[in-house]
Design a protein around this ligand. Structure first.
Ligand code: PLP
Length: 368
C-alpha cells in the first residue's frame, strides 16, 4: 500500500487487515496523552506548543491544537512548510535558520504562516531582518539561551544585546527567550530535577538581564517530553515545547520515565518464517523502526521477544509455547518515535482495533 489515497480505502477495516509493516496510533491512548500534556500546561498557567519533529503529520498537529495547543514547534523550515500546507500556521522553528537559501524559504513561509525562530547570532539576526524587510513580512524571534545542553544559545549576559537588536531591526520582532534543556532528558530522576532547576535558573538570569535593560520577554519557551512535568512547574517557562510524548514510545516510557502517559504508537509486522528452531522472523527491520536508541518491544503475541533488527527483518526469539506461523502478526512498540515515523508514508489512526483515519506523514524526509 503506497499511496495514502489507496490506504484510505482501509478506513473502517480492522487493524489486522493492514498490510505490513504498518505503523499505527491508538487514538484513545493518543487522546489521553494529549489531554495529559495540555492539562499539565493549563494547571500551571503556561501555553503548550508541542514539537512535531517526531510525528511529522499535519493531521496529528491539528489534533494537538484541537486538544489545547497554542501552535506547534518545528525543527526545520521544510517541516514548517509542510505544516503550513496542511493548515497549521502558528509555528515556532526552535532552531537557528542560517544561510541565504534557508532564510529566503523562511521569509516566503512568513507570507502564509505566523512564524517565530530561534536566534543566537547577530549576523544571522541581521540577515533574517533584511530578508523579511525586503519581502515585507514579519518574523518574531526568540533569543536562544544555552541552558546547559551546549548545543546552541548564548549566555544570559549576551541576551540583552541580541534582544535590543531584535527590537530595533525592521522585519522582525522580539517575542522573548528560548532555552531547551536537551541534556537533562535521559538523566536519572534526582539529577533530572536538579538540572532542570539549574536550566530554569539560567533562563531566570537571562530574563532578569533583559528586564534590567528595560525589555520584557513576552514568551519564555523550552522543555521536552523527558522533563515537562518538572520544567512546567519551575516558574521560568511561559510556553512548553514538549510534544513527542503524545506518542509515548519506549524511550519516553522506559528511559525518560514520563509519568501518566499510555503507549500510543505501534508497529505491526508479519511473521515470514519460523523455519529456524526457536526463532520467528518478521517483515519489519531497521528500515521500518529506528534502532539507534534501542530495539522494539513485542506487545503480542506472548512468547516472542525481539533479539535484533536487520534491514528488512525482525529477528525474534520464540518460546516453545509460542504457536506462531508464517502469516501471523506481531505488534510491537517502537523504541523511538522520532526515528520511526520518518520511515513511513502514513500513520493509521486506530480506535478499538478499527482504522478510523489515515494520516499522511507528510513531513517525512523534510530535513532542510
Ligand atoms: C528545541 C527542542 N525543543 C523541544 C524538544 C522536545 O521534543 P520532544 O518533546 O518531542 O521530545 C526538542 C527535542 O529534541 C528540541 O530539540
Amino acid at each position: 500500500m503506497t499511496s495514502t489515497t489507496a490506504a484510505r480505502d482501509l478506513i473502517g477495516q480492522p487493524v489486522t487487515a493492514l498490510d505490513t509493516p504498518a505503523l499505527w496510533v491508538d487514538l484513545d491512548a493518543l487522546e489521553h496523552n494529549i489531554a495529559t500534556m495540555a492539562g499539565v500546561c493549563a494547571e500551571r498557567g503556561i501555553d503548550w506548543r508541542p514539537h512535531v519533529k517526531a510525528s511529522k503529520s499535519p493531521d496529528l498537529a491539528k489534533k494537538l491544537i484541537a486538544g489545547g495547543a497554542c501552535g506547534i514547534t518545528c525543527a526545520k523550515v521544510s517541516e514548517a512548510e509542510v505544516m503550513a500546507d496542511g493548515g497549521v500556521t502558528n509555528i515556532l522553528i526552535a532552531n537557528e535558520i542560517v544561510g541565504p537559501t534557508k532564510i529566503e524559504r523562511l521569509v516566503a513561509l512568513a507570507d502564509r504562516a505566523t512564524l517565530c525562530v530561534a536566534v543566537d547570532d547577530e549576523r544571522n539576526l541581521r540577515e533574517i531582518s533584511a530578508a523579511a524587510a525586503r519581502a515585507g513580512v514579519h518574523i518574531d524571534v526568540l533569543v536562544d539561551i544555552n541552558v546547559g545542553a551546549n548545543r546552541c544559545g548564548v549566555t544570559p549576559s549576551k541576551a540583552p544585546e541580541l534582544a535590543e537588536l531584535a527590537q530595533e531591526l525592521p522585519g522582525i520582532g522580539l517575542r522573548g527567550l528560548m532555552g531547551y534543556e536537551g541534556h537533562v532528558m535521559g538523566m536519572n530522576p534526582e539529577d533530572k530535577e536538579a538540572e532542570s532547576a539549574r536550566a530554569a535558573d539560567t533562563l531566570r538570569e537571562a530574563i532578569a538581564n533583559l528586564r534590567a535593560a528595560g525589555i520584557e520577554p513576552r514568551v519564555v519557551s523550552g522543555g521536552g517530553t523527558g522533563n515537562y512535568w518538572i520544567a512546567s512547574a519551575l516558574g521560568a517557562l511561559t510556553e512548553l515545547q514538549a510534544g513527542g510524548g503524545v506518542l509515548l514510545d519506549q524511550s519516553y516510557n522506559d528511559q525518560m520515565k514520563v509519568p501518566g502517559h499510555r503507549h500510543a504508537l505501534f508497529l505491526t509486522a508479519q511473521i515470514v518464517s519460523t523455519a529456524v528452531e526457536g526463532r520467528a522472523i518478521a517483515d519489519a527491520g531497521w528500515k521500518s523502526t529506528g534502532m539507534h536508541t534501542g530495539i522494539p518491544k513485542v506487545v503480542e503475541p506472548a512468547g516472542l521477544e525481539v533479539l535484533k533488527l536487520n534491514a528488512e527483518h525482525t529477528i525474534l526469539s520464540r518460546d516453545a509455547a509460542a504457536a506462531v506461523e508464517p502469516g501471523d502478526r506481531v505488534t510491537m512498540i517502537p523504541h523511538y518515535s522520532d526515528s520511526t515515523m520518518l520511515l513511513h508514508r502514513q500513520l493509521f489512526a486506530v480506535r478499538a482495533g478499527v482504522v478510523e483515519d489515515v494520516w499522511p506523514i507528510a513531513a517525512a524526509g523534510m530535513l532542510q
